[in-house]
Design a protein around this ligand. Structure first.
Ligand code: C2E
Ligand code: CA
Ligand code: CA
Length: 726
């Protein structure tokens, strides 16, 4: 049933229905016209025939029996009655052979029947006394009468002619009944002639009607099947193309549009659809493709990630998300320009494509951040292998317009099945792992773990707590003496920031300094430390506690501040200190970001104030001897890694010996950090270092305790000298 409904709603249905209606109408009109014409003609013919039959019958009858009868005619000559010349009804209207012969002749002329009736005053009817009818065996048919109720009776009883259909033996005949009247016009009988069976005519019409009906039915059936089959077939392309267009609006379509090679309107329609498909493809490409690299863009990445998370959770796949970024992209674009930067991105994208293969889904999310989604369902090592190969590929030097550049990448990895409930979370965790890889120095991959997340959580909390600690001046500084290993005299003191949270207890600067740096709090923190250190230095100077300088750690971010020089100058001025009372400690990481020139000018300004400059953690990072030569250092602080167990390690001794020689050559003081044992102090002394700073002599301590501590150290040295002298 719904199919029929659909058929009617469809073009085929509608065309077929219209055809059926049109054809039915034309058949009806044509057949109706024919039918009615025929009706009219037969009707006319029969009235003409019956008229003639009546005229000839009456004429013949009154002529042959002229002695007894005469015709009464109207103006047009039509018989109106037959009159008995004398009152001889009794004999004239009873069966005689003469009558029989005459009726036969009349019937023969008219090709119909003829009957004679005599009025019966007793019954009021007309009894037949002669007829042309015979039974099949030739004998006379049974008597019959025209009784009241007979269609002709009323006319005849009134002495009038009756022309029309009358029932004869159960059938209808078209008859003309002429009344026979007496000389005084009283009704006596009737002469009836007919021209055959009237119902033959009716039957013919009925037959014609049903034949027209049958023909109409057949034609309609033909038209309907033609409509349904032929039109349906002809219009099939419309249906297929309509479905295709509907699908096109919903899904991406591949392959050729059907009927595109048709030479008719459908072909044109198909070609237009094909152009739409191409346009849609192009739009999708634009919407989901990064133009620089040809990889997916941010939208592609987000859509793929949604799918990957859903598939990983349903268990149908095991997607792993990798976030990659270049460790030094910014520096390269700054040095080589945007166009070369784009070239580098394209080159990196090619490398990633080559290594990750076809199954991976690749995108550039933003800047130099690339993403990879790879289904790890086949082998568990696949991702480790992939990360390793990616790192190696990223290390390959790339030739750009500005020369050969070297890059490395940091990679964050997340197993979507293990950790990720939502795409957003997956994204954040991959970011977190990638940042971790970067923090650890880059050129490595870090897999996201719950611990990493907890660490990040703690980091966020600390960031908040630190903000209020700085605002509430809850930070404090401790000092660690730097002692001359030979004379055991105090050289300088390093100011080290201390933070004790009321609920978490003491938190190590090794933990919160990086947080302060990444959250933009290091400048304020550094200023606070500088202020506290200067205040303490001034206090000690006033109290007569003797020291050469107080060392303050300065983060690279502080040095990048335009106001740094002013801040140092103001602090010295405020506390009445000379530049030489302060030494700032900077690490080699200051120079990593290609800003040597700017840093050199800041350092020159500081130097001009008389402030000393120390290169901290020397040897722990990517030392470039070039810095030592070009920058205005006063002091080199050798990293603790060089001194630990140095008394048992000849190679370390050789390295330290080399460093000391180098520093001496350049006129730097040498401070050795992290001396924990007497033996380590001994080696430092032997090598001729200027100072040692380590737990052996003193741990960092509050300012109040420092003078006593220092006093004790030099006292012990004095005692040792006395003992040695004895
Ligand atoms: P650093 O500048 O290298 O400071 C020396 C660190 O070594 C201090 O750790 C000190 O307590 C520790 N140390 C000293 N002697 C020994 C020893 O014999 N053995 C061992 N194992 N360690 C020793 P601390 O105070 O935890 O500081 C850690 C780092 O935090 C510092 O390393 C410095 O980079 C940073 N930092 C500390 N205070 C400040 C500050 O005020 N500003 C900035 N920017 N950074 C600071
Ligand atoms: Ca330091
Ligand atoms: Ca150090």
């Amino acid at each position: 049933m719904p199919k029929i409904g659909f058929l009617l709603r469809g073009v085929t249905g509608r065309i077929t229905a219209s055809l059926v209606v049109l054809v039915s109408l034309s058949i009806l009109i044509a057949a109706g016209l024919g039918y009615f014409k025929l009706y009219e003609v037969t009707e006319d013919n029969s009235s003409v025939r019956i008229d003639r039959a009546a005229r000839s019958a009456v004429a013949l009858f009154t002529h042959e029996l002229s002695s007894e009868f005469e015709a009464v005619r109207g103006e047009d000559g039509r018989p109106l009655a037959i009159r008995l010349k004398a009152d001889t009804a009794e004999t004239s209207l009873s069966f005689r052979d003469e009558h029989d012969a005459l009726l036969k002749e009349i019937g023969g002329i008219n090709q119909g029947a003829a009957n004679l009736f005599r009025f019966n005053p007793d019954t009021g009817g007309f009894d037949r006394f002669a007829t042309t009818f015979r039974k099949p065996d030739g004998s006379m048919p049974p008597p019959m009468s025209i009784m009241p109720g007979h269609p002709a009776h009323a006319h005849l009883a009134n002495g009038e002619v009756h022309m029309g259909e009358v029932p004869v033996m159960g059938r209808m005949r078209l008859a003309y009944l002429t009344p026979i009247i007496g000389p005084e016009n009283a009704i006596r009988g009737a002469l009836a002639v007919d021209v055959g069976w009237a119902d033959d005519l009716i039957a013919a019409r009925t037959e014609l009607r049903s034949e027209i009906g049958l023909a109409t039915g057949i034609i309609l059936l033909l038209v309907t099947s033609f409509g349904a089959v032929f039109m349906g077939r002809q219009l099939r392309p419309v249906r297929v193309l309509a479905r295709y267009a509907d699908d096109l609006a919903t899904y991406p379509k591949d392959g050729d549009v059907p009927f595109r090679s048709n030479k008719d309107e459908f072909g044109t329609l198909a070609l237009a659809l094909e152009r739409l498909v191409a346009l849609k493809r192009r739009l999708a490409w634009l919407a989901y493709t990064d133009e620089v690299t040809g990889l997916g863009n941010r939208s592609r990445y987000l859509a793929d990630l949604e799918t990957a998370v859903a598939e990983s959770h349903s268990g149908s796949a095991n997607w792993v998300l990798l976030h990659i970024d270049l460790d030094n992209f910014l520096q390269i674009t700054e040095a080589c320009g945007q166009i070369n930067g784009d070239k580098l991105l394209a080159a990196v994208a090619n490398e990633i494509k080559r290594v990750a293969g076809n199954r991976a889904r690749l995108a550039r999310r933003a800047g130099d951040e690339f993403t990879i989604l790879v289904d790890d369902r086949n082998s568990a090592d696949e991702v480790a292998w992939l990360a390793e190969n990616l790192l190696e590929a990223l290390r390959r030097p790339v030739v750009l317009g500005c020369g050969v550049v070297h890059t490395t990448g940091s990679i964050g990895i997340v197993q979507l099945r293990d950790h990720e409930a939502t795409a957003e979370k997956a994204h954040l965790n991959a970011e977190l792992a990638r940042k971790k890889a970067r923090e650890k120095g880059g050129n490595q991959a870090v897999v996201f773990t719950c611990e990493l997340h907890a660490e990040e959580q703690r980091r966020f909390e600390l960031e908040d707590l630190l903000r209020s600690a700085i605002a509430n001046q809850d930070l404090d500084i401790h000092f660690q003496p730097q002692i001359n290993p030979d004379t055991r005299q105090l050289m300088g003191l390093e100011a080290l920031v201390r933070w004790t949270d009321p609920t978490r207890g003491p938190i190590s600067p090794a933990e919160f300094i990086p947080i302060a740096e990444s959250s933009g709090q290091i400048v304020e923190l550094g200023n606070t430390v500088l202020e506290l250190a200067c205040a303490q230095a001034a206090k000690w100077r006033r109290n007569g506690f003797d020291f050469k300088h107080i060392s303050v750690n300065v983060s690279p971010i502080q040095l990048w501040q335009c106001s740094f020089l002013d801040i140092v100058r103001d602090a010295l001025k405020r506390h009445g200190l000379s530049g030489a009372d302060i030494c700032i400690e900077i690490t080699e990481s200051v120079f990593v970001d290609n800003g040597e020139e700017r840093i050199a000018s800041v350092l020159a300004g500081i130097r001009a104030l008389g402030v000393r400059i120390s290169l901290d953690d020397f040897g722990s990072g990517y030392s470039s001897l070039g810095y030592l030569n070009q920058l205005p250092f006063d002091q080199l602080k050798v990293d603790r890694s060089f001194i630990t167990d140095i008394d048992q390690d000849v190679r370390k001794q050789k390295v330290l010996h080399g460093i000391v020689g180098l520093a001496r050559g350049l006129g730097f003081q040498i401070v050795v950090e992290g001396t924990e044992t007497l033996e380590e102090v001994g080696v430092a002394e032997e090598m001729g270092c200027d100072a040692v700073q380590g737990y052996y002599f003193a741990r960092p301590a509050p300012a109040l305790l420092i003078p006593d501590m220092v006093e004790k150290i030099s006292q012990a040295a004095a005692n040792r000298t006395v003992l040695q002298a004895r």
